[in-house]
Design a protein around this ligand. Structure first.
Ligand code: ATP
Length: 339
């Protein structure tokens, strides 16, 4: 049985810079299944949000090519009115910054009710309030009746993010996209919000796309992980495989950059350089090659593709076969007595 909820095929999302279009998402294909959390990880500028916004139809002036299949629709080619109906009804998004995502001039009840009314036009005022209180309860707001009448600025960051989640789940969406849902929050609140999203996955039967640059969050929450670099997926695997046997040099560098928890002597490996700006992204060859200059250029493919190296484990470019970290090689050589 096909368990796919969302199927993205050859998606290309391009932005106009001066006279040309540049792809921030460049030929991405992905599937999100029912009842799974798919994490998308990568440094700032790798195209994670551009991908999520394409699915939600939130780009104003981007050029979108390819297909985004969801519930018998191709979102990439759907008229705005139909997309609006699906958004808020069947798919919803939790944004990074709860303050900018809420309307400062509306009470919490009014904001949640606005989404409810999309689906239940004839809801009486009394029933509407009951449903809002119920949703605020579900997301762990302690005094929901009181919070209903408050404005966003009267709530803490963690409470505001709970309200955002209440709005997102108001109509029981089948697909939930959470874009860095805890970045703006402090650590203890982060953990509570992640627990809440985990509970939602269990209770809602939804597919969740979790965008984050925090690998700790990925390890805790994800079923599968897609690693993005410079607009492309460079590796995709189930979460256990990705942490136990990361293959792409970028994935390995991201994992290598996590400090050793037991305080070993390993130096923190910092990935040299940054994701280049959009109009300067290399469009030919391995896009990560410039950041691993010690690897011989012959290791890279001319047109790197995603290869399935084990069932469900895909890696782009053959360079992973020859990749090593210079500090590790040095250690090995020292151990072998070579100076
Ligand atoms: N509206 C836009 N117009 C032009 N360029 C854009 C636009 N939106 C994003 N970009 C560019 O597209 C690239 C990908 O950006 P995106 O925000 O998707 O990255 P990201 O991985 O989500 O990063 P972050 O973690 O910082 O949100 C970046 O180079 C960014 O500057």
């Amino acid at each position: 049985m096909n368990n796919a909820l969302l199927e993205i095929k050859n998606l290309k999302t391009s932005f106009r810079i001066r006279d040309d279009y540049y792809a921030a998402v460049d030929d991405v294909s992905l599937t999100v299944n029912k009842n799974e959390v798919l994490a998308i990880v990568g440094e700032s500028g790798s195209g994670k949000s551009a991908l999520a916004f394409s699915v939600m139809g939130l780009h104003n002036r981007a050029k979108i090519e390819g297909n985004i299949y969801f519930k018998d629709h191709d979102l990439a080619n759907l008229p705005a009115n139909k997309l609006n109906k699906l958004r808020g009804d069947d798919m919803a998004m939790i944004f990074q910054d709860p303050l900018t995502a809420l309307n400062p001039l509306m009470t919490i009840e009014e904001q949640i009710a606005e989404t409810l009314l999309l689906h239940h036009k004839n809801l009486s005022k009394k029933k509407r309030r009951e449903k809002v209180i119920d949703l605020l309860n579900q997301v762990g707001i302690p005094r929901p009746e009181h919070t209903c009448d408050q404005f966003p600025h009267e709530l803490s960051g963690g409470m505001r993010q709970r309200v955002i989640i209440a709005i997102a789940i108001a109509n029981d969406p089948e697909l939930l996209i959470a874009d860095e849902p805890t970045t703006a929050l402090d650590v203890t609140i982060q953990a509570q919000i992640l627990d809440l999203i985990n509970d939602l996955k269990e209770n809602m039967n939804a597919g969740i796309v979790l965008i984050t640059h925090d690998l700790g969050v990925v390890a805790e929450m994800a079923d599968r992980v897609a690693v993005m670099y410079a607009g492309q997926i460079v590796e995709i695997a189930d979460v256990h495989t990705l942490f136990a046997n990361p293959r792409h040099p970028y994935t390995r560098s991201l994992l290598h950059a996590i400090p050793n928890i037991d305080g070993g002597n390993d130096k923190l490996h910092v990935i040299q350089g940054i994701v280049p700006p959009l109009h300067k992204l290399p469009r030919e060859g391995c896009r990560f090659a410039a950041r691993i200059p010690w690897i011989d250029t012959s290791a890279h493919e001319t047109n790197p593709e995603l290869h399935e190296i084990k069932p469900g484990h895909f890696v782009r470019c053959t360079c992973h076969n020859q990749f090593y970290f210079p500090d590790e090689k040095k250690k090995e050589e020292q151990a072998d007595g070579i100076s």
